[in-house]
Design a protein around this ligand. Sequence first.
Ligand SMILES: Nc1nc2c(ncn2[C@@H]2O[C@H](COP(=O)(O)OP(=O)(O)OP(=O)(O)O)[C@@H](O)[C@H]2O)c(=O)[nH]1
Ligand SMILES: [Mg+2]
Length: 392
Amino acid sequence: MKLVVVGFGQCGGRVADEFARLNKKAKSARGIEIVTGCYAVNADAADLSGLTSIRKDYQHRILIGSRKTGGHGVGKINELGAEIAREDGDKVIDAIRTTKRFFETDAFLFIASSAGGTGSGAISVVTQHIKERYADKPIYNLIVLPFEHEETTEDRTVYNTATCLKSCYSVADAVFLVDNQRFVRKDSSIKGNISKINAMIAEPFYNMLCAGEEKKAKYIATKVLDAGDIIQTLIGWTIIGYGKSEIPLIRFRRESKRDFRAKGDETLKAVQAMDEAISELSLKCNPVDSKRALYLISAPGKEMNMDMVKALGDYMKDIAPEALIRNGDYPRERGMLDVTVIMSELSDVEKVRNYYSQSTQLIPKFKKRQEETEVKLRAIEDASKDIPSLLS
Ligand SMILES: Nc1nc2c(ncn2[C@@H]2O[C@H](COP(=O)(O)OP(=O)(O)OP(=O)(O)O)[C@@H](O)[C@H]2O)c(=O)[nH]1
Ligand SMILES: [Mg+2]
């Protein structure tokens, strides 16, 4: 599957940069292309220059709203992010139109954090523009949710997240939810290591995008997971997970793959990798709420067998009984077996529901704060009314 990837704001730009890196890796290691064009959009010029893999020209690193923000961002006000995206959205569309093999692109993936200003405000606005122009290609949003400490220290974080999620859900074909906090719990050594988190956000997409693009016979699966399967799976609230198990490169003779124990081991490894993928989903959710799901197993061709695929299918059916499940195998990895899982068309996501109800409670609080400020300002102005001014 081939994507046009666009990152909005600081977080979106950096995660998009990871996709550009994955595409380079796919080209050099596998001779295939998974990203036809990769762009970063920001109101902050410094953020744009910090990227590494996205091409450096102004048509790939797109500065918006410089008239209003002077190139310094919108400082967490996502209404302003949305406004500059409405004014400068054409810049993004013009850039996307120059994508070299645009006609081969299967879908768009737009990425942003929900808590900031620029990305959170701009992503849904540009998604809507694209949707109107390219009705034949699906468009997906990937939204990075804030760390817990950001939610507790700043009300705006929660409010921005709620308005961003509501807007994205109403225009995008599917919304991938990724919780920053999940990565902190996963591995405490990466706490504060944002670039490691970004790599972990993009990693699950690598094999999933490559699988359908393989041309060499020996890497083509028994059951290929192609763009059609992925597009059919992705609808509404969506969560992705990834897990892996190492496989020794050299086997002892005694452990030849014909050995029943070795075969059992392989299946066990696959189940372990799926266990990890499910327990490390990008956001805590209840798989029972999923109406469409997908899994892909990638391993060295010799290590893959039908029992394994069946065991994973049974596992998925157990945890997501109402879901229509699609699957694929990808005989490509070396020394590793990995499983990518997607749970889509979720009918409920507790975390999203909480953002909405918290924000609804915040609105009167914001209003009250605003009114109090106005009263105070009026009072101080009144107090100054008998003071002469130096201005004419
Ligand atoms: N995973 C991840 N999260 C990030 C990254 N950069 C920022 N964030 C998170 O994104 C939120 C802040 O949004 P930014 O993307 O920095 O904001 P912006 O879109 O540039 O908007 P401005 O407010 O105008 O700067 C916070 O929740 C951060 O924790 C990143 O590179 N990776
Ligand atoms: Mg910024």
